[in-house]
Design a protein around this ligand. Structure first.
Ligand code: ATP
Length: 297
């Protein structure tokens, strides 16, 4: 559906995208994740033909990026693109006009899109009277009103409470069920794990890892991860190394990679004589993979 090859972009002397390549398959949810400034929004702006790359190639449905491909894409940007004093319906009408929908299609689409984002009962409400979660849903509706094939959601749940997040996750799943291809950027790794079929990890304008969660898991040679809380960290690390456990830090947590799954009592016995406050076993998660591939050079 979307193929990006060797994309480069610099702002003056600063290289923001460096030979970035990725592909998104038809009907999948692709999660593009990376630190602030990694180049996600720049990539999106180039896909949407809002910004020109210095070099590289992008195709959507085998067509090069152009004014024509803009119609295939719907974008819900990080900052809501809404007129606060206008109603939900009026906002959608404004954007439907930009996409050149005729009157009949426009009316049908506004109604169906409001229903899809669960805001039909708020059609006549001014945006400024909606909750933050409702405004984010309307922002997504703007991206959907012209029936795009590829929807780009730039951090759609940032700043929302968990209930509002659940609603947007459900909406994203419904879009996928309708066959829409989705490019999602987010800083929330649990959101990525829950929703995405494939994930690209971006660092300094390069994709450093890409694949399904199962494929990415193979980048860490651990059967499971054990998080240990102790005041005697140095002793615990030395002991763990004797048993072939690999130490890692995730924020302020001390963890060890285990190459094979062990019974909890066996793990505890490895730390005999060291005052351990707690030991917790975890599967390998996206957070562990992300830290590994973004912190190594
Ligand atoms: P975030 O997660 O914070 O939204 P991002 O991954 O979307 O970050 P971009 O917004 O694409 O990152 O920015 C990538 C880099 O390009 C950053 O270092 C940013 O400061 C720089 N940059 C972006 N736009 C411009 C611009 N118009 N002029 C100069 N530098 C820019």
């Amino acid at each position: 559906m979307l193929k990006i090859q060797n994309l480069n972009k610099s702002y003056k002397l600063r290289k923001v995208l460096q030979n970035l390549s990725l592909h998104i398959n038809l009907g999948e949810i692709y999660g593009l994740i990376g630190a602030n400034g990694a180049g996600k929004t720049t990539t999106i702006n180039i896909i949407c033909n809002l910004l020109k790359a210095d070099s590289g190639n992008i195709t959507i449905n085998n067509q090069p990026i152009s004014e024509a491909t803009k119609k295939i894409i719907g974008i819900a940007p990080q900052e809501n693109l809404l007129y606060k004093t206008l109603t939900c319906e009026e906002n959608l009408k404004f954007f439907a006009n930009i996409y050149g929908l005729d009157r009949e299609t426009r009316q049908k689409q506004i109604k169906e899109t409001l229903a899809a984002v669960n805001l039909l009962d708020r059609a006549k409400s001014p945006v400024e009277t909606l909750s933050g979660g409702m405004q984010r849903r309307l922002n997504i509706a703007v991206a959907l009103v012209h029936q795009p094939k590829l929807v780009i959601l730039d951090e759609p749940t940032t700043g929302l409470d968990i209930e509002a997040r659940y609603e947007i996750w459900e909406l994203i799943r419904q879009l996928k069920n309708q066959g829409i291809t989705i490019l999602l950027t987010t800083h929330l790794l649990d959101e990525t794990e829950r929703l995405c079929d494939r994930i690209g990890i971006l660092k300094s304008g390069r994709i450093v890892a890409e694949g399904s969660l199962a494929q990415l898991r193979t980048l860490i040679p651990a059967a499971e991860i054990v998080v240990v809380q102790t005041a005697q960290e140095e002793e615990a690390i030395a002991r763990a190394k004797e048993y072939g456990f690999t130490p890692r830090r995730y924020g302020n947590e001390l963890a060890f990679w285990l190459s094979e799954s062990l019974e909890l009592k066996e793990i505890i016995s490895r730390f005999d004589g060291i005052a351990i406050d707690s030991i917790a076993r975890q599967p390998v998660r996206l957070e562990h993979i992300y830290v590994e591939v973004t912190q190594q050079d």
